[in-house]
Ligand binder design. Structure first.
Ligand code: 2HA
Ligand code: ZN
Length: 273
């Protein structure tokens, strides 16, 4: 029962429930992975079984060798995570080369980690290196409003970042590095994984056109909060457009950096050019 009683599993499941309640996880949409701390691994280890085969991921990250990840299962529904975590979630161990995983807990009825595991894995690699190990969560969801915007806005980082920053005053403070954008691609493979992880070197948020969003955070609250904030700003922008009325005013572009600075954050002003 070590895993089922752990705080880390409770936090993981809570994020899944919160995302489901927001309407971001139709059917089996979306996925979540968490890089466990050494203490969490020790706590959960009594439940681990090392009898499953190694599975090659098609991508490699040496800085994640030997790490343990908690991951939603492929084809599993966020709606069901809290009802039966052991059937819908797994813990995987990464091998010494950093290119394969094996399931050590969970998915009791079979299956594997999320189809987007290669993307999650490379994003974890980039973020762990960049934050000296502080970043632990990668979260992928299908929020309605940000997806809708990918049909009507040009697909570039500058347009999305500026419009979303200007849609709500907290935004330049919550995500001063802006938003990266990937054009439509086939999900689930190494190509979109590499593309996304390249952008994760610069951003904590990557929008996948006509699909959804990837965000990263040091913990579940920060990752969920980031998804929530970006999606809310997209919703405000869309509601503003939906009035059909002309926009009379917005947050001044030349005040965005000042707003972030007032809270100790540095806006990536290169996105405003
Ligand atoms: O888990 O969201 O991108 C299903 C997906 C794939
Ligand atoms: Zn998806």
């Amino acid at each position: 029962m070590a895993v089922l009683e752990s705080e880390v599993l409770k936090g993981f499941v809570r994020l899944c429930d919160d995302g489901w309640q927001q309407g971001w996880h139709e059917r089996n949409g979306g996925n979540l992975t968490y890089r466990m701390t050494d203490a969490e691994v020790e706590e959960c280890k009594p439940d681990f079984k090392y009898d499953k085969p190694w599975v090659n991921m098609g991508v490699k990250a040496e800085n994640l060798a030997g790490e343990y990840f908690m991951a939603t299962g492929t084809g599993k529904y966020f709606r069901n995570m809290s009802l039966d975590p052991e059937a819908n979630i797994c813990i995987v161990e990464i091998n010494a080369e950093g290119d394969s995983y094996r399931i050590v807990w969970g998915l009791k009825n079979g299956g594997g980690p999320t189809s987007e595991f290669p993307s999650h894995y490379l994003n974890h690699s980039v973020k762990a290196a960049q934050t000296n190990g502080a970043s632990r969560v990668i979260y992928h969801a299908h929020p309605v409003n940000i997806i809708a915007l990918t049909f009507v806005l040009p697909l570039n980082h500058e347009t999305f970042s500026k419009i979303l920053w200007q849609s709500m005053t907290e935004c330049p403070i919550v995500y001063p590095n802006g938003v990266g954008v990937v054009e439509w691609m086939i999900p689930g493979g190494a190509e979109i994984a590499l593309r996304t992880s390249e952008l994760m070197k610069r951003f904590d948020i990557v929008v996948w056109a006509h699909h959804g969003m990837f965000v990263t955070g040091n913990d579940f609250d920060l990752a969920f909060g980031l998804m929530h904030t970006v999606e809310k700003s997209a919703e405000i922008y869309i509601r503003m457009l939906s009035t059909g009325l002309p926009m009379l005013q917005t947050i001044p572009e030349d005040k965005l950096a000042e707003c972030a600075a007032a809270y100790g954050c540095k806006l990536d002003e290169s996105l405003l050019k």
